[in-house]
Design a protein around this ligand. Structure first.
Ligand SMILES: O=C(O)CCC(=O)C(=O)O
Ligand SMILES: [Fe+2]
Length: 291
């Protein structure tokens, strides 16, 4: 266990991400999740438009990038965004009915991943010699949010010039990402260089988000990452983002603040909103909550 915690701490303080194996979720089930997403994106446009963000308003649903400025460079991707937890906040009118097991599969997958996130938060706390609930109490409480983002990247003839997703950090506590089984695309910035995240069979990518960087007082890193496009093949990924409910205040855990490591961040509520406002103004959200 000590070795595991040391490894976790070192991965999260350097690259901010790792690939989890031995997570207990079977490969056939992961394939079912990919298949549900693939089948949805393969539907005719008119069918997908029924779930369109533009038709229904708000940030959930199907569509491309939200356009916030004329200077914005758009991502080469289609997305379906759904709030999965808390369950009573689901906008079921936006949940695809086709394939007909879509809702069931997503519910089961998100439930399993939520459990895994709980274990991860505990292991992360222990790796820093903290009480095991130091992160999960705030990040994974009853009303914690879990958003699912299904990403579909069509093939792109100008792959050398066009990105599937622009460089960004996730606003979450942690993000769990199921990659395409055959087509790579995700890259993480490590020491100023873009490093590709390889496809590891059965593995799930765990990416630290800004809110864990804040809570760990900067010890853990929320990595800058991007997605490149592919000239020949489309790519699919399924990301689950966990964050606290907007009313819960988060901030650096007291035990991680001392003379050698002064408090780096203010306490904040609703970081998701701060992050979105910053994105619209072209600012880096984490910078604005620094002390
Ligand atoms: O498609 C991927 O591999 C990553 C997507 C991503 O970074 C995101 O949705 O925030
Ligand atoms: Fe991301």
């Amino acid at each position: 266990m000590a070795l595991l915690h040391a490894g976790l701490r070192s991965a999260l303080s350097s690259s901010g991400c790792f690939q989890a194996i031995g997570h207990g979720i079977s490969s056939p089930f992961l394939d079912q999740v990919r298949a549900a997403a693939t089948q949805f994106f393969a539907l005719p446009v008119e069918e997908k438009q029924k779930y369109s963000r533009e038709v229904h308003g708000g940030r959930e649903g199907y569509g491309n990038d939200v356009i916030v400025s004329d200077k914005q460079v758009l991502d080469w991707s289609y997305r379906l965004i759904l709030q999965v937890f808390p369950e009573d906040q689901r906008r079921l009118d936006l949940w695809p009915e086709n394939p007909n097991d879509f809702g069931e599969v997503v519910h089961e997958y998100a439930t399993k991943i939520k459990f895994m996130m709980g274990l991860l938060y505990k292991a992360m706390a222990k790796s820093l010699n903290l009480e095991e609930n130091s992160f999960s109490d705030q990040l994974l409480g009853e009303q914690a949010l879990m958003q699912a983002r299904f990403n579909f990247y069509p093939q792109c003839s100008r792959a050398d010039q066009v990105l599937g997703v622009k460089p960004h950090t996730d606003r979450s506590g942690i993000t769990v990402l199921l990659q395409d089984k055959e087509v790579e695309g995700l890259q993480v910035l490590v020491d100023g260089k873009w490093v590709r995240v390889p496809i590891v069979p059965h593995a799930i990518v765990v990416n630290l988000g800004d809110q864990m960087q804040i809570m760990s007082n900067g010890i853990f890193k929320s990595p800058m990452h991007r997605v490149v496009t592919n000239p020949e093949r489309m790519r699919l990924s399924v990301a689950l983002f966990n964050e606290p409910d907007p009313e819960t205040e988060i901030g650096p855990v007291e035990k991680l603040i001392d003379e050698t490591r002064p408090r780096l961040y203010k306490n904040v509520k609703n970081y998701g909103h701060i992050n979105y406002e910053c994105y619209q103004r072209g600012e880096v959200a984490l910078e604005t909550v620094k002390i």
